[in-house]
Design a protein around this ligand. Structure first.
Ligand code: ADP
Length: 320
């Protein structure tokens, strides 16, 4: 269709994932290398559902970087905002699957190419074309990329884009909730739409209760929509005028990687051409049901990108 452009900004990287749980990557009998990086997953989630997206980020001028750029292009994501660093290598994530199913990350970032993105390298024309600008980098505290990220967000906002933010907090990178809150504040306070997971909400508030009061303690006056994802239980939503929960779908989950990105991609796909749905609770609930269905389907297959659904798969789950 003729939908508006959604620009997703942050890193794309390779996840090295052991084939078994409960051991480190070094001890595993085998591993897979899977393309990842939350903002890249979001960009592909959008095109797979029939929307229009671009990815902006920096890769190494190495075999991994070119492979990742190729995956974006093959999936119909506009690649005009991708840069290649001539010195540093593409970011890598070494994943440990803990026995309890949680994932732990170690990153190659000494620095990796994404961290070296400079403000004067940004494709400003592409950023200005965004109806929705989604930010989801894990490297927002590092210079020079922090300055580039802040500039991109400002340019998008000045051009009238809706600003969406997923903090994607990776706990080893964030020594304390206080520090995390301080570092993300400059972005948090600009965002129109914020999505956090229940785990991130607990971390940011320092409370193990996920209730309306703890969610609302993160509210800021210019925010239009705050979402808290609850895994199989769906999501909670908060706006100025209403709040509630939309139940999730019961599926046979085998790998939850990318579920949150799939959820965000689906939501942005629906919001980009209908920004006032955030003021209409019935319409918003319908869209969140769709986003929950996308997230649920993503958990039924291994990996993130291979598991992102197309619209007809989502419609099939919604029909039941
Ligand atoms: P994140 O991936 O950011 O941690 P969640 O795990 O909460 O986020 O998942 C995002 C969304 O994906 C949820 O709101 C829900 O709609 C869907 N989802 C995630 N896990 C499951 C599951 N086990 N069963 C059904 N739906 C799920």
């Amino acid at each position: 269709g003729n939908s508006g452009m959604i620009v997703s900004f942050g890193e794309m990287l390779i996840d090295f994932v052991p084939t078994v749980s409960g051991v480190s990557l070094a001890e595993a009998p085998g591993f897979l290398n899977a393309p990842g990086g939350a903002p890249a997953n979001v960009a592909i989630a959008i095109t797979r559902l029939g929307g229009k997206s671009a990815f902006i980020g920096k890769l190494g001028d190495d075999e991994f970087g070119h492979m990742l750029a190729g995956i974006l292009k093959k999936n119909g994501v506009t690649a005009d905002g991708i840069m290649f660093d001539q010195g540093a290598r593409t970011a890598l994530a070494f994943v440990t699957l803990r026995a309890d199913g949680e994932r732990e990350f170690m990153f190659y970032r000494n620095p990796s190419a994404d961290m070296l993105l400079k403000p004067d390298e940004l494709n400003l024309q592409l950023i200005k074309s965004a109806k929705v600008f989604h930010y989801g980098s894990i490297s927002l505290i590092v210079e020079p990329c922090r300055s580039a990220h802040m500039k991109a967000m400002q340019v998008a906002k000045d051009a009238g884009a809706l600003l969406s933010y997923d903090p994607n907090l990776r706990l080893p990178l964030w020594p304390s909730p206080k520090e995390a809150r301080e570092q993300i504040r400059s972005i948090w306070d600009k965002a129109d739409l914020i999505k956090v997971s229940d785990v991130e909400l607990e971390f940011l508030t320092g409370s193990d209760k996920i209730d309306d009061a703890s969610a609302m303690s993160l509210w800021h006056p210019n925010l239009k929509l705050l979402l808290v994802t609850l895994g199989e239980n769906g999501c909670k939503y908060y706006t100025k005028n209403f709040r509630g929960q939309v139940e999730g779908f019961r599926v046979n989950a085998v790998d939850t990687t990318g579920a949150g990105d799939s959820f965000v991609g689906a939501l942005l796909c629906k919001i980009v051409d209908n920004q006032n749905l955030m003021e209409d609770e019935d319409k918003l609930r319908e869209v969140l049901k769709y986003a929950n269905a996308c997230g649920a389907i993503t958990t039924t297959k291994k990996g993130a990108i291979p598991a992102l659904p197309c619209d007809s798969e989502v419609q099939a789950l919604l029909k039941g």
